[in-house]
Structure formats: structure tokens, C-alpha cells
Design a protein around this ligand. Structure first.
Ligand code: GLU
Length: 292
């Protein structure tokens, strides 16, 4: 049997907190328990918000937790050419289209729609679906706008993509970190509408980069927070469209703050750096995240 491959994939656009610690430790522990490999991937496609300092802090925090990962670390910003190749494939297959509407165009369109947008479909994160306007533009009008320098993003035509895949999609979700029981979850990528696949200046988006990297790195088990549970539907669709292998998933509990909300990158008292400064040890962090 091939060795299981796990990965922790933080974005260096903020400091790591206890939620990241839970994810990183779980992945490393599960790799160890199964005789698998533990990879670290730096998801730094957002070149405006990710910084080398925040990336260096990630390594420092993870070393302090006592984690060891394989080298070299894959940094997404070094692989834009890989994403661009896949994007071109989707463009040739006519599964993505240039989307020209700005945020305010979208807002205006939706508020004018019927009942002032009250029943406009929203994605699982609560964001309104992209209006079906640009999807219907003629090839000539698209060309004209692109040539005129109108900014755009590439969006997936989700209905066309589902039709192309032509089968009901699902994924394997483990019940807990022991990987004992699993169930098949029906994927509903249509719930996301026409998601962004790439931006004008960056030839990828979170979803595209994640599925491609998980495949390139031969990740077999995606272990990440519950906040990304619904994103799996879109990622499964992209895997099918691109002929990529299908990993199994385990979406773990989230660490919540005193206010009952998900921790944020600016929550000071739960930042790993702050905990270290205040004299905590890696073992203390294990206890704090319930893995002591
Ligand atoms: N980079 C993502 C984040 O920091 C995680 C991606 C994933 O695990 O699929 O939220």
C-alpha cells in the first residue's frame, strides 16, 4: 500500500493561532499514526497580503510546536505557470468565462432583480451568486472588452461544468481522526454559483491551486477545518473536470473564541507567537487545543 500523504496548508496573510495549531498537529499526528508523510504547503497566491515575514513566522511557530515536515516546502507563488496551464485547459474547454462585473455592478444588478435581491441565491458563505450576465456574452463582445482593457476574472460556468462531468459527485468524509468510519457526502457545487477560478493578475484562485497542488503532491488525506467543508463540493468538481485523483477528507472541529466565533488571525490571546512570549510550551498548546 502506498503511504498516506497529509498536508497542512496555511496562508501567510496573518499570524497562526490555536485553530491552525489544531490543524497542523492533527495532520502531523495522523501521518505519524498511519506511517504516512506530513507535508507543509504555503498558500501565498494573494501576493498583496502574504509577506515573507509572516511566512517565516509560520515556520517558527510550527517548529516551536515540535512539528517536522518534509522539505522542500511547496510555495504556491512559485508555481503560477502550473496554474496557468490548467486555467488554459479550462478556457479551451469553454468551462470558464471572463467575468467583468465589479462588486458594485453585482450589488446593483442584484438589488434591481425582482424583489430587490431578497431571494437571490447565496453561496454557503452567504455571498450572493454571480449574476448570469457575462456567461451569456458573445465571443466578440468578450474580445472587445478584453482588448479595451476592462478588468475581469475567470469564472467557472458551474452548470456547464456539472453537465460535462455528467455524474453525481460525492466525497469520502471520515467521521473522526482515527480514520475508522467514513461516509459518502453528496457534493453540491451548484450551491456556490459561478466561482472565481483565476484573477487577471494571478492565474489561479484558492480552489484551483488547492486541487492542483493536492494532486501534484499526491495528497491522499485532506485534513482541515470544518469551515472548508462546503468548499469540498467545488474542489471535487474541479478534480473531476481536470482528471485529478480524489483524496479523502476529514473536516475537524474549529477552535472558537470566548464569543463563540471562529478564531481570527488578529485574535491576540490565541496567537501562537503571543502564547510563546507568555511562556507557554508546545505541550501547553496541545492541551489548549484538546489534544493533550
Ligand atoms: N490555505 C487555506 C487556509 O489557510 C487552507 C486550504 C486547505 O486546507 O484546503 O485557510
Amino acid at each position: 500500500m502506498t503511504r498516506p500523504v497529509f498536508r497542512f496548508a496555511p496562508s501567510p496573510n496573518g499570524a497562526l493561532h490555536l485553530g491552525h495549531a489544531l490543524s497542523a498537529i492533527l495532520n502531523a499526528d495522523m501521518a505519524q499514526r498511519t506511517g504516512g508523510r506530513f507535508l507543509l504547503r504555503i498558500e501565498d497566491i494573494d501576493i498583496t497580503r502574504c509577506t515573507p515575514e509572516l511566512e517565516a513566522a509560520i515556520y517558527e511557530d510550527l517548529r516551536w510546536l515540535g512539528l517536522q515536515w518534509e522539505e522542500p516546502v511547496r510555495r504556491q507563488s512559485e508555481h503560477f505557470a502550473d496554474y496557468d496551464d490548467v486555467l488554459k485547459k479550462l478556457i479551451r474547454a469553454e468551462l470558464v468565462y471572463p467575468a467583468f462585473m465589479s462588486r458594485s455592478d453585482i450589488r446593483a444588478y442584484i438589488s434591481e432583480a425582482g424583489d430587490h435581491g431578497k431571494s437571490w441565491p447565496r453561496d454557503p458563505d452567504g455571498v450572493p451568486h454571480y449574476p448570469p450576465v457575462d456567461r451569456r456574452l458573445s465571443g466578440r463582445e468578450r474580445r472587445r472588452r478584453i482588448d479595451a482593457g476592462v478588468p475581469f476574472a475567470w469564472r467557472l460556468d458551474v452548470d456547464a461544468a456539472i453537465a460535462r462531468v455528467g455524474q453525481s459527485l460525492g466525497w469520502t468524509e471520515f467521521a473522526d481522526e482515527t480514520l475508522a468510519g467514513s461516509s459518502t457526502i453528496a457534493a453540491r457545487p451548484q450551491d456556490w454559483g459561478d466561482i472565481i477560478i483565476a484573477r487577471k493578475e494571478v492565474p489561479t484562485s484558492y480552489h484551483l491551486a488547492v486541487v492542483l497542488d493536492d494532486a501534484i503532491q499526491a495528497v491522499t488525506h485532506v485534513v482541515r477545518g470544518r469551515d472548508l467543508y462546503h468548499a469540498t463540493a467545488v474542489q471535487r468538481l474541479l478534480q473531476e473536470l481536470l482528471g485529478l485523483p480524489e483524496p479523502s477528507y476529514y473536516h475537524h472541529r474549529l477552535m472558537l473564541g470566548d464569543d463563540g466565533r471562529k478564531l481570527s488571525k488578529s485574535s491576540r490571546d490565541t496567537g501562537l507567537h503571543e502564547l510563546r512570549e507568555n511562556g507557554a510550551t508546545g505541550e501547553d498548546v496541545r492541551r489548549l487545543v484538546g489534544l493533550g
